[in-house]
Design a protein around this ligand. Structure first.
Ligand code: SF4
Length: 328
């Protein structure tokens, strides 16, 4: 079966300075790699969680998929068709198949537009004129659990949870096959976070939309994703079925993220593993394993030799010379 979305060896680069300054200061390579050699695929109706600290490249990866930042190397395919490098009219039909929910539920909604205008905006942007917009807005608000009276409200009259629901309604407008949700629960109270997660899970079950969730919140990943990938400095360090990664993490970074995650079970025994220090700058990537400057288990080999991708069985993969359980 053709995957809905396939990403192969994706690299996204940004310049750190203009070409003139680079020449004057003698900098040979003024570029940083925000995403390096990342590959993944998402099937129809599947939910994938992309996890990592801020600056790990997960939002940049999502923006590259949506054609919002250029792809330097690699391929992005939607239903088997390459879309990296496409723009304007050529990209439009693929953009309709994918919708992005941005962070900041209230700030991402234009304050001067009513909810009706906001939810109807994707139809206008994509030149869809053959639909009854009032009926569509009512349908979409109903899908996300908001009554038709919300259509006349402005963003400042919405709670954070209601604003997030309006964001979901907008994302669903053109019947996408994939929703990319960037931190869908950020800034929301815990109870409202649960409501939004239940809404996404319900929509996935009812309309079969695939969801790529970008988050640093592992409870989100645990509750709604089928598979997960952990990013560090723009690379995947571990990926696999969510249950397997939670039960048996192989990479020390995954272990540290999981142990820092608030445990929903109050009786659970916590063995906290602290991560040392800060995320290194992309301008000065550590040699060898790029996690070695923060890894509790680092040995001599780690600072000189980059680990290859290894299999932990099935689709569970990791990059570490001394995976957990073998650190002794
Ligand atoms: Fe830690 Fe070494 Fe594994 Fe890197 S390769 S994660 S430094 S043990």
């Amino acid at each position: 079966m053709t995957a809905l979305l396939e990403i192969e060896n994706l690299r996204v680069r940004f310049p750190t300075m203009g070409p003139l300054r680079a020449r004057l200061t003698g900098v040979a390579d003024p570029w940083i790699d925000a995403v390096c050699g990342v590959s993944l695929s998402i099937a129809e109706g599947e939910t994938l969680g992309l996890v990592g600290e801020s600056g790990s490249g997960k939002s940049t990866l999502a923006r590259a998929v949506m054609g919002l930042v250029p792809v330097a190397e690699g391929q992005v395919r939607v239903e088997g068709r390459r879309i990296d490098g496409l723009g304007g009219q050529a990209l439009a039909p693929f953009r309709r198949r994918m919708a992005m929910m941005f962070q900041d539920p209230v700030g991402s909604l234009s304050p001067r537009l009513t909810v009706r205008s906001l939810v109807a905006e994707p139809f206008r942007i994509h030149g869809v004129r053959d639909r009854d917009l009032d009926a569509e807005v009512r349908r979409l608000l109903g899908l996300v659990g908001l009554g038709p009276d919300f259509a006349q409200r402005f963003p400042h009259q919405l709670s954070g949870g209601q604003a997030r629901r309006v964001g979901v309604a907008r994302a669903l407008a053109l019947d996408p096959k994939l929703i990319i949700a960037d931190e869908p629960t950020a800034g929301l109270d815990v109870s409202v976070q649960g409501e939004i997660l239940n809404l996404l899970a319900r929509l996935q079950g009812e309309i079969g939309v695939a969801i790529l969730i970008i988050t640093h919140n592992l409870n989100v990943v645990r509750h709604v994703t089928d598979r997960m990938a952990i990013m560090y400095l723009g690379r995947f360090v571990e990926q696999g079925a969510t249950g397997q990664v939670f039960e048996r993490p192989h990479h020390p970074y995954t272990e540290a993220l999981l142990s820092a995650n608030p445990e929903p079970d109050p009786d659970a025994v916590l063995n906290r593993v602290e991560i040392k220090g800060e995320v290194p700058s992309l301008l000065r990537r550590p040699a060898g394993c790029e996690f070695h400057t923060r890894c509790l288990y680092a040995r001599e080999r780690c600072s000189s030799e980059a680990p290859a991708v290894s299999s932990a069985g099935g689709a569970h993969r990791y990059t570490c010379h001394f995976p957990l359980g073998e650190n002794g």
